[in-house]
Write a protein that binds this ligand. Structure first.
Ligand code: ATP
Length: 461
């Protein structure tokens, strides 16, 4: 099967069947826009986060990690502009009262909404007689703020409204002064954070692509405005390298220069990284030059001094900021969509997840050929321990090695193929007699007989 024909339903079904991702609150019929990661999905997610943190924080000396609170002083969201402008255009089917994103409705009808106001969108819908999928008229387009509100403390009132953060970025801007005061970093330096974000999306859809609760991995990198362009290009390259680290397909990743009218007024450059998902080409990551907009806004709002003093030039100024922003859940969908393959092996159709070993839940599955021969099973368990130790010596977590003895060997191969385990190591009667095991390659199905003592080099291949 052509991989392009993989549908979202194929992936959702595999995810549920094998324990990657389940519908949120499943036994209660779900909650729209929420999904729960099961053990295998979490293993991929954790690995992606680990690789991201390694590349952008651990392997550098100019990055400061933070883990800011999700609930923040509501003034943060006034200064950042979210209270006034973090909106999507909402339009309602006048009969069914179902709500839609007006920009999505217009785009699906072949119109460009770039730079259009809500009034202009209303007129476009009316003039072109665009109807809802139920064939009804739409009302006026209006702005809908996507921040979830709640109250802090025991009394519910407007005075104690707080928001669930719709992005992780402000958690870094509000700690800019703390980092400066504690660590005295020289420009350029960055702050990095991984955490949950919440958006009351009008129409959550497409599995984990557009959800109401998701995770982001973000960097705010501060520079002297003279140097923003080279830093921008550096992160452009780094985003592509990171995508490669986690096994995404270079040919499916596209850079879109966001046009002036679609960019925020303070930004001189924004690049959206789009990816060929099973639902088409859509935004995966973003890279934006945000000038001094955020620090300036928070300086005005909080009255704290968020300037920087350059010891060499004796200049004091507000640093400018480059923001690479990564959505973790869209990353998982991109990984699964890229890896999901249907092919034929030994005259049988199979589903195989061709995951990069860097993100596969398991690196090796150890399988005794049969489970009713005690000496064979004991040997397999002994080899399982050995492989876990070899993994440990190679910096691979022991949990990445799995032991599996239920059902026939053929069924176990299929199961491991479906969860993307790159190597199946089978312990058979030759293991007892000749001290050899069989290694089966997930993608080609090729089998190789190797001596147990040669397994030390298993992970260096
Ligand atoms: P979109 O236009 O698709 O709504 P956006 O431009 O609003 O996305 P940003 O505000 O730039 O997104 O957020 C940064 C990243 O966070 C996105 O590139 C995406 O990976 C992720 N993201 C944003 N909204 C969602 C969501 N509702 N569900 C899952 N991931 C999201």
């Amino acid at each position: 099967m052509d991989n392009n024909k993989t549908t979202l339903e194929d992936i959702i079904s595999l995810c549920k069947r094998r324990g990657f991702i389940y519908q949120g609150s499943d036994i209660y019929g779900g909650l729209s826009g929420t999904w729960d990661y099961g053990p295998l999905g979490l293993m991929i997610k954790d690995q992606v986060k680990k690789l991201w943190w390694e590349r952008f924080v651990d392997n550098r000396t100019d990055m400061y990690g933070v883990d800011a609170a999700i609930l923040m002083n509501p003034k943060v969201w006034i200064s950042s502009g979210h209270v006034d402008t973090f909106t999507d255009p909402l339009v309602e089917d006048l009969k069914t009262k179902k709500r839609y994103r007006a920009d999505h409705i217009l785009e699906a009808a072949g119109f460009s909404v770039s730079g259009k106001t809500t009034d202009e969108m209303s007129a476009m819908i009316k003039d072109n007689k665009i109807k809802s999928i139920d064939g009804n008229d739409f009302g006026e387009v209006r702005k809908f703020n996507m921040m979830f509100k709640t109250n802090i403390g025991a009394i519910e009132s407007d005075e104690n409204t707080v928001y669930l953060r719709p992005e992780t970025a402000p958690g870094m801007f509000v700690n800019f002064k703390n980092i400066q005061d504690t660590f005295h970093p020289r420009l350029p330096f960055g702050m990095a954070q991984i955490g949950k974000a919440f958006r009351n999306e009008i129409a959550p859809r497409d599995f984990v692509f557009r959800v109401r609760e998701f995770e982001q991995m973000e960097i705010e990198y501060f520079v002297n405005p003279k140097n923003w362009e080279s830093t921008f290009e550096h992160f452009q390259k780094e985003i592509k390298e990171f995508s490669h680290d986690i096994g995404l397909d270079r040919d499916k990743l596209h850079e879109l220069e966001v046009s002036k009218e679609d960019r925020a007024h303070y930004s001189s450059r924004t690049v959206d990284f789009e990816y060929d998902f099973p639902i088409g080409k859509k935004e995966l990551y973003g890279l934006a030059y945000r000038s001094d907009f955020d620090l300036k806004a928070h300086m005005e709002g909080s009255k704290a001094d968020l300037t920087y003093f350059d010891e060499e030039t004796k200049e004091r100024f507000i640093p400018h900021c480059i923001e690479p922003s990564f959505g973790l859940d869209r990353t998982i969908l991109a990984i699964l969509g890229t890896a999901y393959t249907v092919d034929t092996m030994a005259d049988e159709e199979r589903i195989v997840l061709k995951l990069s070993p860097s993100v596969a839940p398991y690196r090796v599955a150890v399988l005794p050929l049969v489970k009713n021969k005690e000496d064979l099973v004991n040997k397999a368990k002994e080899i399982f321990e050995k492989i876990k130790n070899i993994a440990g010596k190679n910096g691979i977590a022991k949990s990445k090695i799995v032991y599996d003895e239920t059902q026939s060997i053929g069924k176990r191969y299929r199961r491991q193929d479906e969860i993307g385990t790159p190597i199946c190591l089978t312990v058979d009667f030759d293991t007892l007699e000749k001290g050899t095991v069989t290694l089966r390659d997930r993608d080609s199905g090729k089998q190789e007989v190797v001596k147990v003592e040669d397994l030390e080099g298993l992970f260096s291949k």
